[in-house]
Design a binder for this molecule. Structure first.
Ligand code: GLC
Length: 726
């Protein structure tokens, strides 16, 4: 939401709600509930005050009443207050529950309990991972008949979420409102969630490529060496990441004289080799006179304050730090402006980390962090000044949106610096709705089998909470991956929406070639599969940005009514047409029907130690491109269609293309190609229909029809109807 949209939201809020309800806390209101859209209801508790909760940071528009709640409305919210906590309870019967954002544990969230309090939780040790870096006060429910609902607590304050005997939110806030969506299936609920909380913007194509990170690649010559090795070894890669060692003593918006004396040159080198670069920026600013960010921030009074009206000082990587107060528009402007000279060095994307915000306590930071012993943030009674849009309030209110507000400001700054380019921001902390501003990764996991397996339900549940662009550190962050673990992790990590390997300071090398020839070969195959599937991924991301459907999905979305799929958390879906079955998954529950195992890049997963099986849905056509070493050489000139006919002998699919960068696609500069296959006697005809204005050549189509144990091939021009003889 930009500033003017937020202002509109406040104005709309004022039209819909009585002024007293918006801006006084003493006003007691009676319970109210009504419809705010097609099968979407809002529930207000007695005592709700806009002063404590508005404007909403989850919703893009303030809800407006459209009708009364009908008699048939299924889910009601019971509000209560106990021991100073505000409670909202919803009886959900025996529905399967999902979502709840970034959590550890099983995909199915029934009988779990989590804490919504963004926490720097190294290897998920603290509270057994029941609170992590992000807050999504959101639950998706799926009933036995496949009908679905979503429950959103519109509340940024600290709260707990219990999913036992229904759904219970218990918050350290005044009474808060709850929104319930009722739809015929999961997809429709997720589309409505995106309608309410916003969609991700179309990402640059390069951000869908494979990415290589570690804490840290330094000096600059090492960065170049890693980049060169990818090209020499023919392992596709699009991005090299710069972690904190590039900075001068961990001071944000500076470069180390010793290790990165010429960032322009480093970026130019990477660009010349067809890489993009992403550089880290944390919120903690070193408290040090003479350092330009500290001096200008202090002059502009941008820092979060203590309860005693002092600049709050806490320790992070650079030592004592102060923290920008992103609840204020002028602070955001100041922050956004810092990106201009930074991006001008040729930086392509930004990594906002430690933005829960993480603050080390007065112990040795490493000991405390490594042992998961500290709460790792600033005091709850710290003060945020607010501004024209958000009211002044405590850190207890704004803690869970600190990262969200930071990435919103970062995104605005990056866009201002490079107005012709699609901004890319990766964030560790966020809040529901934050998909509008940044992609995310699941923080500091470990190089263990448990964490490899856990990454699947974690990423699916994030995807079911409105964040399509997410993934874990491939290989695991903490520790040294064994060759076997690394190869298995890459074999599935290459399919996650966000696909990046990362590893902790001091670990052994974790590049695809660092584990011996066999693992290198396997990683190349895994990443090649990703690159050949890019047309399919890009089309899915377009869909996510247009209608809010997730890229990574649970298998149960293939058949909402098949109860045997509800707990499946090893196999996962990419879009609606592919299921990925990890090699180590022994008896996954898969949907009925003739799903076919397909080869993406000539590999045969049945004979391979690591490669996951990729299953193609009956009735689907999935487009592949030719292999490229980076998206700079991405081309849809020659497309291969994987086709699997359904029982009635039909299949369809689509392919979205645009410039891969910039905003011309918003003015219809894109092409959507629709493919249709129809069997007729012993022939299958495959036809193509184009829509949109983007000039793109597609001169050759290869068809691979998976039919009765065979792969039947045919080729043709892009306007031809291609006939496959059965
Ligand atoms: C945090 C991040 C990690 C990064 C490290 C150093 O632990 O989660 O990804 O490498 O900080 O910046």
């Amino acid at each position: 939401m930009n500033t003017s949209t937020l202002k509109t939201a406040v104005r709309q809020a004022m039209l819909v709600l009585p002024l007293t309800l918006l801006f006084t806390s003493c006003m007691e209101t009676k319970n109210q509930s009504y419809l705010i859209g097609d099968n979407i209801a809002i529930f207000y508790p007695e005592g709700f005050s806009g002063e404590d909760h508005l404007p909403s940071l989850a919703l893009i528009d303030e809800p407006q009443k459209v009708d009364q709640l009908g008699y048939g409305w299924k889910l009601k919210v019971e509000f209560s207050v106990l021991d100073g906590k505000s409670i909202a309870h919803i009886n959900t019967g025996d529905a399967s529950l999902y979502g709840t954002g970034e959590v550890t544990g099983n995909l199915l969230r029934n009988n779990t309990e989590i804490s919504l309090w963004n926490t720097d939780n190294f290897t998920y040790k603290l509270d057994d991972g029941k609170r992590l870096y992000q807050s999504h006060p959101w639950v998706l429910g799926v009933r036995k008949d496949g009908s679905a609902f979503g429950v959103l607590a519109d509340n940024t304050w600290r709260q707990n979420l219990y999913l036992k005997d229904g759904i219970t939110f218990t918050a350290d806030s005044k009474p808060f409102r709850v929104i319930i969506i009722e739809k015929e299936n999961t997809t429709e609920v997720l589309k409505e969630l995106a309608q309410l909380t916003g969609k991700m913007e179309m990402p640059p194509l390069w951000s869908l490529g494979y990415q290589q990170c570690r804490w840290s690649y330094f000096p600059d010559t090492r960065v170049a060496e890693v980049a060169d090795t990818f090209r020499i070894k023919n392992i596709p890669c699009d991005v090299i990441w710069m972690d904190i060692h590039y900075m001068d003593g961990n001071r944000v918006f500076t470069f180390s004289e010793k290790d990165f004396p010429n960032p322009e040159k480093t970026n130019a080198y990477l660009h010349q080799k067809d890489f993009k670069s992403i550089w880290m920026i944390d919120p903690g600013v070193k408290k040090e006179k003479g350092y330009h960010v500290y001096d200008s921030g202090t002059k502009n009074k941008v820092w979060v304050q203590t309860a005693d009206d002092e600049d709050f000082v806490g320790r992070v990587w650079p030592g004592d730090c102060v923290f920008p107060d992103f609840t204020n528009e002028e602070v955001n402007q100041w922050w956004a402006n810092l990106y201009k000279p930074f991006m001008a060095t040729g930086i392509d994307g930004v990594w906002n980390d430690m933005n829960e915000p993480a603050v080390f306590e007065n112990t040795e930071e490493n000991e405390a962090v490594m042992n998961g012993l500290t709460d790792m943030t600033m005091p709850s009674d710290n003060k945020h000044r607010g501004g024209e849009l958000l009211p002044a309030s405590s850190h207890l209110r704004y803690h869970n949106v600190y990262g969200y507000l930071m990435v919103k400001a970062s995104r605005e700054g990056i866009l201002k610096a490079n107005p012709e380019k699609r901004p890319f921001v990766l964030t560790r902390s966020n809040y529901i709705g934050g998909q509008r501003y940044a992609a995310t990764w699941t923080g500091d996991n470990a190089s263990t089998w448990a964490h490899l397996k856990m990454s699947i339900p974690m990423s699916i549940n994030l995807s079911l909470s409105g964040q399509p662009f997410n993934g874990p550190d491939i290989g695991g962050f903490e520790g040294n991956a064994t060759p076997n673990l690394f190869a298995h992790w890459m074999a599935i990590g290459a399919f996650f929406p966000f696909s990046r390997a990362h590893s902790i300071n001091g670990s052994k090398p974790h590049e695809p070639w660092a584990f011996g020839k066999k693992v290198e070969e396997s990683c190349r195959t895994s990443i090649n599969r990703r690159y050949r599937l890019l047309p399919y991924y890009y089309t899915l991301f377009q869909e996510a940005s247009a209608i809010g459907t997730p890229v990574m999905r649970p298998v149960f979305m293939a058949d909402d009514k098949d109860l045997s799929l509800r707990k499946e958390q090893e196999a996962f879906m990419i879009g609606s047409d592919l299921i990925i079955v990890p090699k180590w998954s022994k008896n996954p529950h898969l949907p009925k029907g003739d799903w076919k195992i397909v080869s993406i890049d000539g590999e045969n997963s049945a004979d391979d130690k690591y490669q996951a099986d990729v299953l193609l849905r009956p009735g689907a056509i999935v487009p592949l491109c030719n292999l490229a070493q980076s998206t700079v050489d991405y081309s849809t000139d020659e497309i291969t269609l994987l086709v699997n006919l359904d029982e009635s002998g039909k299949a369809k699919g689509k392919l979205y293309t645009d410039a891969g960068e910039g905003f011309a696609y918003k003015n219809k500069e894109y092409t959507m190609v629709h493919y249709k296959a129809i069997a007729n006697g012993n022939k299958v005809n495959i036809s193509t229909k184009f829509e949109g204005n983007y000039f793109n050549t597609q001169s050759k189509i290869n068809v691979k029809l998976y039919y009765k144990g065979e792969v039947i091939e045919a080729t043709g021009g892009y306007t031809d109807t291609i006939t496959v003889n059965l």
